[in-house]
Design a protein. Structure first.
Length: 159
């Protein structure tokens, strides 16, 4: 088994973090070809340098975007994100749903009622019943996570 090179490891890390520049071959900024510190594959580094060249060096937005292999709209998006959140704003946003969108309050209420009547039901059984009743495909693990997040029903005090 061959050990991957540092170059391959970095590329893999950029892919995993979704920060790989989609077109590093389009980067014409000389820094990215003349100095080993600069990596045209690193989308965050390229965006930051694009912003810096406009702000510090006075380069036009059109030229900085072109030298970075990006569009003017991408420049303005990066600029707004940087102004709002600093360097972290240049990182890609998490893709996909931001919350449990299939397990609505209605579905969760039904799950609670179902479990109160049939406590032996497993998450897999509940997922099948949810699919049949609500026409929504839910993974059993999603049901387990949702149940953990919901407060336990209050019980009357013991005498």
């Amino acid at each position: 088994m061959v050990n991957p090179s540092p170059d391959e490891l970095k590329r893999d890390a950029l892919v995993r973090s979704a920060t790989l520049h989609p077109h590093p071959e389009r980067v014409t900024d000389p820094r990215f070809h003349d100095h080993p510190f600069f990596d045209a594959r690193d989308g965050v580094q390229v965006k930051y340098e694009m912003l810096r060249r406009v702000r510090v060096e006075g380069l036009s937005v059109s030229q900085a975007a072109a030298d970075s292999g990006m569009s003017r709209p991408t420049y303005y998006q990066a600029h707004d994100a940087y102004e709002r959140a600093g360097l972290a704003g240049l990182l890609p946003e998490k893709k996909g749903p931001k919350r449990a969108h299939k397990l609505t309050a209605e579905v969760l209420a039904w799950v609670e009622t179902e479990l109160a009547a049939h406590p032996e039901r497993t998450p897999a059984e509940l997922a099948k019943r949810i699919k049949k009743k609500f026409r929504v495909v839910v993974h059993p693990k999603s049901i387990v996570r949702a149940k953990k997040k919901r407060p336990a029903p209050s019980r009357p005090p013991r005498p």
